[in-house]
Ligand binder design. Sequence first.
Ligand code: FES
Ligand code: FES
Length: 147
Amino acid sequence: MRIACTVNGHTRVAENVWAGESLLYVLRERFGLYGSKNACEQGECGSCSVYLDGSLVCACLVLGGQANGREVVTVEGVDAAGVQQAFVDAGAVQCGFCTPGLIVATHDLLRRVPQPSDAQIREALAGNVCRCTGYAKIIEAVNMAAR
Ligand code: FES
Ligand code: FES
């Protein structure tokens, strides 16, 4: 199938998309947007988090065909420089594999709840798995970004 969607403000077209192909595959392998990571490919880790029509989704759980005619924003296109800097300043990045998903999920949290409590941060990021940091630095980074 052919899909046409808006990705980070630009129209993107993919031809010969297999019906079972994920949006994550389309973004990475067809559009060359490697920021969204493929870690579990089953909706468990959040490393592939993107916006689809403004809603936070795991791109690995969305079919590429479902993005047809819709708007996708990836970590490359999200306006989250302050969040990224907070993650760096707080030391919340180690291997970095989880970081793109956390940046998008944090951006989503802070636009909904500008001053979240630690409990709200933990709840909002519960779907984002990090194998390195132990999460304390991530919580700190989100608090820094909120400030
Ligand atoms: S790769 Fe999508 S949730 Fe893990
Ligand atoms: S920094 Fe390595 S998985 Fe989070």
